[in-house]
Design a protein around this ligand. Structure first.
Ligand code: AMP
Ligand code: MN
Ligand code: MN
Ligand code: MN
Length: 341
């Protein structure tokens, strides 16, 4: 591996104080701030501005979680109550490929006295791998975003039928109907719903065991799927007035070169943020992606990725704060935050 490759660069980053990134570190000044018209879509022009004052960097923000509108087990209202109970001040509901819960979530946040950013988590295929892109602060009534998400959801029914056929081959019958019973939104049947069904049947003790033994590449019930293109997902969000954020980057099984390509292309498409402190990372991974945020000039996000009181190891609002030198995404999205009443 030559020293100029991403892997060589990453070793130096961790090894020595004299780290010299190959590409210049881009200060935030290198980007026009979102409020100054970087977003050119009609949706962005229409997007309502809420607030223009300062937002404290130390806010308890939780900008990633799921409700029954995708693969969570709580309603938007129950999530809002739980978030508030845990001290969350700024919240976003980020259902997979769905924004159907956004108006309910915004109202529930207001009822709990929390600030709110609209959210979603878009399934993308990049370099043959599924990558998740969180969108924050967009106009929830933007037609292009709604169409893009509807297209992205579109293949899920067929995929689920094929997953059930694969499971039947190893003796697990009725998985499509079984998973559908767990899906609060029939358009959004996901592997999580199959996982709950496999726990119900006694095939596995918990959902973590399901994802070790089934539903993942090389295991029974896995069906490859083509999701949205990276550039499309970033564009739908930014043209709707919001910010695209790379979700839980440590979860992807990329080589260093592929990861470098993801971050570079994401930036070129207009992506602005990366999750640094997330319930889907081990604490030891926070530092790695704080470095990536610095190197690529990305703002940092924080979110539990909470799905269910019975399944999630990290509760809403309980993660450590972001490293103090990083720019939190909510600073750049200040005028997209719906204020607490
Ligand atoms: P899908 O979008 O249908 O491919 O389902 C992806 C969802 O499955 C993720 O959002 C997680 O909620 C869940 N999931 C994937 N891998 C795991 C895992 N190893 N452990 C627990 N849940 C997982
Ligand atoms: Mn999920
Ligand atoms: Mn995800
Ligand atoms: Mn998630």
């Amino acid at each position: 591996m030559s020293p100029g490759t991403p892997r060589g660069r990453r070793r130096r980053r961790n090894a020595a104080a004299t780290v010299r990134p190959r590409c210049p570190r881009l200060p935030f000044g290198a980007f026009a701030p979102i409020a100054n018209g970087v977003n050119h879509g009609a949706g962005a022009a229409r997007a309502r501005r809420f607030y223009n004052g300062p937002v404290p960097a130390t806010l308890n923000a939780d900008l990633h979680c799921h409700s029954v509108v995708s693969d969570g087990t709580l309603t938007p209202e129950q999530l809002a109550e739980r978030a508030r109970g845990n001290g969350v001040q700024l919240w976003a509901l980020t259902d997979h490929d769905e924004i159907g819960g956004q108006h309910r979530a915004a109202a529930a946040a207001a009822a709990q006295g929390m600030q709110y950013l609209t959210g979603t988590e878009i399934s993308v295929t990049f370099a043959g791998t599924t990558v998740h892109i969180v969108g924050l602060g967009f106009d929830p009534d933007d037609a292009q975003l709604a169409d893009g998400l509807a297209q992205t959801r579109g293949g899920r029914g067929q995929r689920a039928q094929e997953m059930a056929q694969q499971l039947a081959l190893v003796g697990i019958r009725g998985a499509f109907e079984g998973a559908l019973r767990y899906a609060g939104n029939p358009e959004l049947i996901s592997r999580t719903h199959f996982a709950r069904f496999l726990v119900e049947t006694g095939a596995c003790r918990d959902t973590s065991e399901v994802f070790r033994r089934y539903l993942t590449e090389g295991k029974p019930g896995y069906v490859p799927h083509r999701w949205a293109a990276l550039g499309d997902a970033v564009r739908w969000v930014t043209e709707a007035g919001g910010m695209a954020v790379i979700a839980h980057p440590a979860r992807y099984k990329f080589s260093a070169n592929e990861e470098f390509a993801l971050f570079s292309e994401f930036r070129q498409h207009g992506g602005r943020g990366v999750e640094v402190v997330t319930g889907s990372h081990a604490p030891s991974e926070y530092g790695t992606y704080a470095d990536m945020a610095r190197e690529f000039g990305l703002a940092a996000s924080r979110g539990s990725d909470f799905h269910s009181p019975d399944e999630s190891h990290v509760d809403l609002g309980t993660l450590p704060p972001l490293p103090a030198d990083l720019t939190p995404v909510w600073e750049l999205l200040a005028d997209r935050i719906r204020p607490a009443p």
